[in-house]
Ligand binder design. Structure first.
Ligand code: DP6
Length: 389
């Protein structure tokens, strides 16, 4: 009789928001970037993907993936690359130790859940692929380090490689053709600079914009500004950012974060036809952050935007009232402020029109902070008989 035992392991993985942006591939198949990048990993109490990876001869014959209860297509090259690489590592362990169960040849059943609304338009692919790779690595009992696994997660989604670590993370672009040195490394753990906070303004977008995967391809093909960004701008920003993080120098961290976001969106505008990720609400958020900084007489807040209109505002805990408190009075009652000790501050000195545009356009806020990397959990998303919960 065949062994129908169900093997399983679970993990949670975080979202990360880049402060030096990844935008552009030098190899689309291996998902190799045209420049290095840096991100801050956000706390999993607020944003995380929880994933259980299971395998059994009782499953299949196909590998399956369920996300928030809906079946996902796993036949795409990116998911297949992750499955293939992880199976190869397991298979090598099995060859070296024949007493190990032959998990590499069993069908996989992956069950995933996000603790944040998918409709919020938050990039969830980073947490999703990081959780998928980490969960399967746990299931296969691979001795691989987070950097080893980042090389695999990168092939699922570039930004996912940075979600294998907590704290402050760099994705080194690497130079090898096979991509083996295009991996994530820790710049500093969350405990090095634990006072970093992030406020996400979720902007109600009317329609889905250009996906980052296709957007960056068109930028590489058409923007001349992009060349300069990859060759000159980003290398300088990488150096300044890593130094700012190591020295906990918020003013420099903030300046580079904002200039990076602006540089990335400038190459989007320079793409032909142009790509617009920022909208009026995003621009109002920029104005409000500028006014908050002006009022403080120093840089206490930094905005950044990815491939959509949502604003992420970084600040330090000691300025929570001055930054988040001002936005609290500007935005009024919204989902996300409840249970947080943020004292509303006067919006005096902040452009009134920008405040109105923000009030009309922001649908909810997420208050979070720098956080840890993937965390192994015994909490499973499947039953003992292998059924998704
Ligand atoms: C603007 O990682 O989503 O968020 O590798 O094609 O999956 P793929 O792209 P993805 O791009 C993220 C782009 C960004 C900047 C960043 O996170 O560095």
């Amino acid at each position: 009789m065949s062994d129908n035992k169900i093997y399983q392991a679970s993990t949670t993985a975080p979202v990360n928001i880049a402060v030096v942006k990844y935008w552009g591939k030098r190899d689309a198949k291996l998902n190799l970037p045209t420049n290095s990048s840096v991100s801050v990993t956000l706390s999993q109490s607020d944003l995380r993907t929880h994933t259980t990876a299971a395998c059994s001869a009782a499953f299949g014959p196909e590998d399956t993936l369920l996300l928030n209860s809906s079946p996902q297509d796993v036949s795409g090259a990116r998911t297949q690359a992750c499955f293939r690489e992880l199976r190869a590592l397991r298979s090598a362990l099995e060859s070296a130790d024949p007493s190990l169960p032959k998990l590499s040849s069993l069908p996989l059943r992956i069950v995933s859940e996000n603790n944040f609304p998918t409709a919020a338009g938050l990039a969830s692919s980073a947490a999703g692929f990081a959780a998928l790779v980490r969960a399967i690595a746990n299931l296969y009992e691979l001795p691989s380090s987070p950097t080893d696994l980042s090389r695999i997660a990168r092939q699922g989604s570039g930004s996912a490689c940075r979600s294998l670590f907590g704290g402050y993370v760099a994705w080194q672009m690497g130079s090898k053709e096979d991509g083996s040195d295009s991996v994530a490394v820790e710049v500093a753990p969350a405990s090095h600079w634990p006072t970093m906070r992030a406020l996400i303004l979720v902007v109600s977008a009317e329609k889905k914009g250009v996906s980052s995967t296709s957007g960056m391809q068109i930028t590489v093909a058409t923007s001349e500004l992009f060349q300069r960004r990859a060759e000159v701008v980003v290398p300088a920003h990488m150096k300044a950012m890593e130094k700012a993080i190591l020295e906990k120098d918020f003013e420099t961290f903030a300046k580079v974060t904002m200039m990076e976001s602006n540089s990335f969106h400038a190459t989007c505008l320079d793409t032909f036809p142009p790509i617009f990720y920022l909208n009026d609400v995003s621009r109002a958020a920029i104005r409000v952050v500028e006014d908050i900084n002006k009022k403080a007489g120093k840089t206490i807040a930094a905005y950044t935007f990815d491939a959509g209109p949502n604003a992420v505002i970084y600040y330090e805990e000691e300025n929570a009232d001055a930054v988040a408190g001002t936005l609290k009075s500007a935005l009024g009652e919204l989902d996300g402020w409840q249970g947080r000790e943020i004292k509303a501050q006067s919006t005096e000195g902040v452009d009134a029109r920008a405040v109105q545009v923000l009030k009309d356009g922001v649908s909810r806020v997420i208050l979070t902070s720098v956080g840890e990397g993937p965390i192994r959990t015994e909490e499973s998303l499947i039953t003992a008989t292998g059924e998704p919960l």
